[in-house]
Design a protein around this ligand. Structure first.
Ligand code: F6P
Length: 358
C-alpha cells in the first residue's frame, strides 16, 4: 500500500482542487486500490499539529471547477519554521514526526514561494516531497506559468472592463488596484487586457510627473477619462530609493490605505481631476478556475502523480516552453520570478503609448 499526503499552503487561488484532482486521478489510475491519500488540513499547520484525514476517491470527484481548497490553507511563514511555537514545539521536528506517523511514502505540497521554500526544507530533511506551483501572482521561479494566474487575470480584467463604462460616462480618472505586492504580472496582463492607459508595477518604480504628463496628454487629445491599473506593490522612484526599514516606517505613518490612494490624491491635487479608486482585492483569488487553469493544473497534477509513481522526489512540477517538466526544488526555493523589465512585453506596451509611469 502506498500512502501519499496532500497539503495546500499559503494564500489560496483557483485550480488548487483541480490540481489535487489531477494528482489523485493519476495515482488511482496507476495504483487502483493500492494507494491511500491523506488530506492534511490547513496547510503546514495540519502537518505541524497533526490534523489530517484519510481521503476517499469520491472526495476528488466534482472538484475540477470548484475554487478554494477542499483541505483548507493557512500562512505559515518560512522564516518562522525554525522558530519554536509559543509552547516551545519544534515545528520541523513535528512535521517529520507526523509524516512518519502517517507512514507516508510522499508528501504533495501545493503552494507559492514561501511554501516552496518549506517544501525544499522538508526535502532536505529527508522527506519525500513533490510540489506544485500555485499563485495568482505567477512569481514562482522555473515555471513559465502558475495555476491561478489566468483566472485572476480574467477577474481583474473584468473589473477594469466594468470601470471603463462608468469612467467614460463621468469623465473621471479611475485607479484599479490589482493584487501583487512584489511582482506586477497580474497588473501587467489585466492592464493590457482591460485597456488601461497607465500601468504601474513594482518592478518599475514610477515617477509621479510621468503619470501626470500621461494624463495631461490624454486630456489634450480630448479624452476626458483615464484608467490606471496599479499593482498593490507599485512604488515611486523616491520610495524605492529608501531602505526597507525607512519605507516600512513611511508606510506606517501614511494617511493612505494603499499606494493607489496616494497616487489618486496626487492626481486630484495637481490636475484637479476627479479620481475614484476600485480595489477588487480577494475577488481576484476566488471563484471557479478558468479553462486555461483547469488544463494547466490538471497537467501539472498528472505529472506530479507520475513523479510519485516513478519515486522521483524533491521536484516541483513546472511548465517550461509548453511542456510539463520536473525542476529540482532546490532550484526553485528562495527565488522570485518578477517581470523582466528588459523583456519585449515592456517595449510593446510602451510602443502602444501606454504609460508605465517611467
Ligand atoms: O500571494 C497571493 C496574494 O493574493 C497576493 O497577490 C496578495 O498580495 C496577497 O496574497 C494577499 O495576502 P492575504 O490573503 O494574506 O491578505
Amino acid at each position: 500500500m502506498r500512502k501519499i499526503g496532500f497539503l495546500t499552503s499559503g494564500g489560496d487561488c483557483q485550480a488548487l482542487n483541480a490540481a489535487m484532482r489531477g494528482v489523485a486521478k493519476t495515482l488511482y489510475h496507476y495504483y487502483g486500490k493500492d494507494v491511500e491519500i491523506y488530506g492534511i488540513l490547513d496547510g503546514y499547520k495540519g502537518l505541524i499539529y497533526g490534523n489530517w484525514k484519510k481521503m476517499k476517491p469520491k472526495d476528488f470527484s466534482g472538484i475540477l471547477t470548484v475554487g478554494g481548497t477542499i483541505l483548507g490553507t493557512s500562512r505559515q511563514p518560512f522564516k518562522l519554521m525554525n522558530v519554536p511555537d509559543e509552547n516551545g514545539l519544534d515545528k520541523v521536528k513535528a512535521m517529520k514526526s507526523n509524516y512518519k506517523k502517517m507512514d507516508l511514502d510522499c508528501l504533495v505540497i501545493l503552494g507559492g514561494n514561501g511554501t516552496q521554500k518549506t517544501a525544499n526544507l522538508l526535502s532536505q530533511e529527508g522527506l519525500n516531497v513533490v510540489s506544485l506551483p500555485k499563485t495568482i501572482d505567477n512569481d514562482i521561479w522555473a515555471t513559465d506559468m502558475t495555476f491561478g494566474f489566468h483566472s485572476a487575470v480574467e477577474i481583474a480584467t473584468s473589473a477594469i472592463d466594468c470601470i471603463h463604462t462608468t469612467a467614460a460616462s463621468h469623465g473621471r480618472v479611475f485607479i484599479v488596484e490589482v493584487m501583487g505586492h512584489k511582482v506586477g504580472w497580474l497588473t501587467l496582463y489585466a492592464g493590457i487586457a482591460g485597456g488601461a492607459d497607465i500601468i504601474l508595477i513594482p518592478e518599475l518604480p514610477y515617477d509621479p510627473d510621468k503619470i501626470l504628463s500621461a494624463l495631461e496628454a490624454r486630456n489634450k487629445e480630448g479624452k476626458d477619462f483615464s484608467i490606471l491599473a496599479v499593482a498593490e506593490g507599485a512604488i515611486s522612484k523616491k520610495d524605492a530609493a529608501l531602505s526597507k526599514k525607512e519605507y516600512k516606517a513611511k508606510k506606517a505613518k501614511s494617511i493612505y490605505p494603499s499606494v493607489s490612494y496616494e497616487i489618486g490624491a496626487m492626481i486630484e491635487k495637481k490636475l484637479g481631476q476627479e479620481v475614484r479608486i476600485t480595489v477588487p482585492g480577494h475577488t481576484q483569488r476566488g471563484g471557479s478556475p478558468c479553462p486555461y487553469d483547469r488544463v494547466l493544473s490538471s497537467r501539472l497534477g498528472a505529472a506530479a502523480g507520475k513523479l510519485i509513481i516513478d519515486k522521483k522526489y524533491g521536484y516541483m512540477s513546472a511548465l517550461v516552453n509548453g511542456e510539463i517538466v520536473p525542476v529540482p526544488l532546490a532550484d526553485v526555493a528562495g527565488k522570485l520570478k518578477g517581470v523582466d523589465t528588459n523583456s519585449s512585453i515592456i517595449k510593446e506596451i510602451q510602443d502602444m503609448g501606454i504609460s508605465l509611469g517611467v
